[in-house]
Unconditional design. Structure first.
Length: 407
């Protein structure tokens, strides 16, 4: 059956932020690519940690044993969410950016001057900045070209992956343009030369089922607050990959994966919240195991979001003066994120006018600054971005269209 409009109406009851109406029109949260709202299950899980096991891990008393159990359960849930066999593949951190800096710093120590790494013009700065700084150590950083269509030039990618290439850092999906990159091709090309493949799945993970083992990625990062959980960064490392890296860590820290890259005390309550978010998502799917329910749920939610985004993309294209950026919805895979510009209004003015109608959308470059620059939009205030989440409705899209039309 998939995930239907009726399911969406039911899911909305689980998100207290969507009920918090005061005066005026209800808030339409169309800012999912910036961060999603959380269901009660997540809020309850966080509270529960503070009530029952707000202590450090690895102690010989009940609450500490309990927090150990919950951290392990969270790693298991994330492993199921990403398609990883082993919980020891799942490390946690403050957010994706911080984890990616830790990863790039460790990988840098294994490289030599003259080695090459490849990033893209489409990626969020969080998957560019940590790699660009490696140029300071004599490592050559090359960039895959972004085309005007909003898609990466895969011929350029293939040409830039050579025997000198040690790593490709690539986004699963663009948080600015909704483009979904060809990860299978990226894996094939990097494998041919023995280069690492690092995927930023922050914008991909909320919208598509993931299977890290089928993809064969070396590292994949995502962020709990984009898929209905709290602010926690997540790093998947392929079995054996993290153990080889000279990470920054204390002498007293457990050097085994997944702890090898986890510095300091983790945010246990938030991590349990991530577990709760994953179980919440699985509740919308069918199957005998958590993994099966997750894949089923994410497949259904993906199709639902795609339908609404297509409706918005097609309708907004009919409004005079609107330009749509990024690939059309005719491509094989497309995230439900639509960015536009208006002929006579800067994106910040449009976001402001929509904000006055309690419609929450973002404007600017969303840290996909290079892509916005390449598209020639940096001096024009960037883009106006609408993102669809599992709790968004057709009625909200119609309100958004009316708001844009009114301008
Ligand atoms: C595609 C993408 N990558 C990385 C990030 C950074 O994630 P975090 O805020 O967890 O550091 C974001 C955040 O917006 C993003 O959209």
């Amino acid at each position: 059956m998939g995930y239907t409009a009726e399911d969406c109406a039911r899911s909305r009851l689980d998100f207290p932020a969507l009920q918090a109406g005061d005066t005026g029109a209800p808030l339409a949260y169309l800012d999912g690519p910036g961060g999603s709202q959380v269901p009660n299950a997540v809020i309850d899980a966080i509270r529960d940690v503070y009530v029952h096991c707000n202590v450090n891990t690895h102690g010989h008393f009940g609450p500490s044993r309990e927090v150990d159990r919950r951290m392990q359960a969270a790693r298991r849930a994330v492993a199921d969410f990403l398609g990883a066999r082993d919980e020891s593949s799942i490390s946690f951190g403050q957010n994706m950016t911080t984890l990616n800096y830790a990863l790039s710093g460790a990988i840098a120590r294994t490289l030599s001057a003259g080695d090459e790494i490849l990033i893209t013009e489409l990626d969020h700065e969080a998957n560019r900045g940590p790699w660009l700084r490696l140029a300071e150590r004599g490592i050559v950083v090359r960039e895959v070209r972004l085309q005007e269509s909003g898609e990466l030039d895969t011929t350029d990618m293939a040409a830039k992956i050579t025997a000198r290439t040690k790593l490709l850092a690539l986004g699963g999906s663009s948080n600015a343009l909704g483009t979904v990159n060809d990860l299978v091709l990226a894996r094939r090309l990097t494998r041919e030369v023995g280069a690492w493949l690092v995927i930023d799945a922050v914008h991909y993970a909320p919208h598509f089922p993931l299977d890290v083992e089928a993809l064969g990625v070396d590292f994949l990062l995502c962020s709990g607050y984009k898929f209905y959980g709290p602010h926690v960064g997540i790093l998947y490392s392929a079995p054996g990959a993290l153990a080889r890296l000279p990470t920054d860590r204390l002498r007293t820290q457990d050097p085994a994966p997944p702890f090898r890259i986890e510095t300091g005390t983790l945010n246990h309550a938030a991590i349990d919240g991530v577990r709760a978010a994953i179980h919440y998502l699985a509740g919308w799917g069918r199957g005998a195991t958590l993994r099966e329910r997750l894949v089923d749920a994410m497949t259904g939610i993906s199709a639902y979001e795609h339908g609404l985004a297509t409706f918005f993309y097609e309708s907004v294209g009919g409004i005079p003066g609107v330009t749509r950026w990024g690939p059309s919805f005719a491509v094989a895979q497309r995230a439900p994120t639509v960015s536009i510009t208006l002929r006579d209004h800067r994106p910040d003015a449009v976001a402001n006018a929509l904000g006055d109608r309690n419609i929450c959308v973002w404007n600017g470059d969303f840290y996909a600054a290079k892509a916005v620059e390449v598209l020639g939009l940096a001096s024009r205030g960037g883009l106006l971005r609408t993102g669809i989440s599992m709790y968004n409705t057709r009625a909200e899209i119609i309100r958004l269209l009316e708001g844009i039309e009114a301008l």
